[in-house]
Write a protein that binds this ligand. Sequence first.
Ligand code: FMN
Length: 196
Amino acid sequence: MKFNLSEVTEVIQNRRTVYPEFFSDRKVHKEQIELMLDNAKWAPTHKLTQPWFFKVFYDEGTKTFGEFFSETYKKIAAPEMFSEMKYNKMKNRAEKSSAVIVACMRRDEKERVPEVEELASANAAIQNMLLTATAYGIGVYWGTGGVTYKPEMKDFLGLKPQDQVLGVLFLGYPAEEWPRKTPRKPREYYSEWIED
Ligand SMILES: Cc1cc2nc3c(=O)[nH]c(=O)nc-3n(C[C@H](O)[C@H](O)[C@H](O)COP(=O)(O)O)c2cc1C
């Protein structure tokens, strides 16, 4: 065995979504986030396009993100749909986090590979980050939808129209015990073998 497979399996199987409401005040260090970013780049990448891009909001930067996120929601929501609760949640979740990382796919200039491959690669890079966070005991909530996919978000991040936002990662240490596993269907459900 080249690596400690039981530890690798433990990390993979114990990665969990942790919502910022359950974060403690313990801070995630910059060096920990740097290792997450360093590990991200070892995702497979067709033609080495390396299509991932991460914008890290740290320290007071989390407030900057929270302001943008909630204010943009207020701006674009239809008045009859606007929810003060949602607005506050968007602001508070960012401020409750040690860091907010917006994970993106930055399209290869020459479009050497299909978009689906760039998305696959950038999402694999995100998983590397999540597993690194798990090994540290850091919880991450991967959020999407709403403002995440709006052009205002791309402008805010300085992305081009052909790039894509894949999610907002909220980082923090869980206040209490690590969340329990969410259910998964068994292997037989999602795999088939052909042996003759
Ligand atoms: C692409 C993607 C987008 C997600 N977006 C949201 C989201 O907007 N809101 C949310 O509550 N969870 C979101 N999640 C997290 C899932 O809800 C979570 O992974 C699922 O409940 C399984 O729980 P686990 O991560 O603890 O295994 C997202 C996950 C992925 C992969």
